[in-house]
Design a protein around this ligand. Sequence first.
Ligand SMILES: [Zn+2]
Length: 255
Amino acid sequence: MIKFKQKGCKLNSRFLLIILTLTISFCAYAEDFFLYSKYIPYLSKKDPQIVKSFYFKANTNTNKKIIALTFDDGPSENGYTLVPVLKKYKVPATFFWIANRIPKYEINRYNSELFIIGVHTYSHLNYDKLTEKEILNDVEKALDIFHENNLNPKYFRPAYGIVNQGIVKALRKNHLKGILWSIDSMDWKYFENQQIIIQNVVNHLSPGSIILMHETRTKPETLEIIIKEITKQGYKIVPLTEILKYPSKYPNDVN
Ligand SMILES: [Zn+2]
């Protein structure tokens, strides 16, 4: 009888240990990457070699509390209102611009040593629907516009976070580095509820994170709250170049 009880107890504790380990690993995983629910399955279906040609997050040690802010889809009227907030708090940021928008906006409003400008395609096409040749043409057409405007970008973010062989080749040919993200603010979905955008960012911070926002979707007061909260949690917002000094970390499902 006693033996049986002990055995049951052993089994129970082993079971509890497994549950505990699974819970801890899930929590660690959830904290480490906050990519929207459809993105992980998308990435996990891709060839890991292709995924690993892109950069997601700095693989820093846990006490190196640095993060980078990135804003897609500009330039834009709303972007003009974010620039003064970033300057006020001396916060570095990277803007990934859609090339065909550049001639329509006053890009000199973004002039600051705090900012890096990257490429976000020519007109926001889905590169999974283009041939390798079409992707290369689109990337180079985008670069022409950047160069005409005295911009010499080194970083590229595909629209929708698409990754494929054609993009890898086009980026390599044009000496561009593909940058994705590890935290999605989901401002593209929750423009009407800026509180959710704040929670999505500040509840998922971890050292080395790259935060995805859209300069067309985040309001300046939201950005201000996010900056204050990031700082309050002991993180330093650094330029993307600082993050890139570390090797990239990848979502667990991709390994
Ligand atoms: Zn975009």
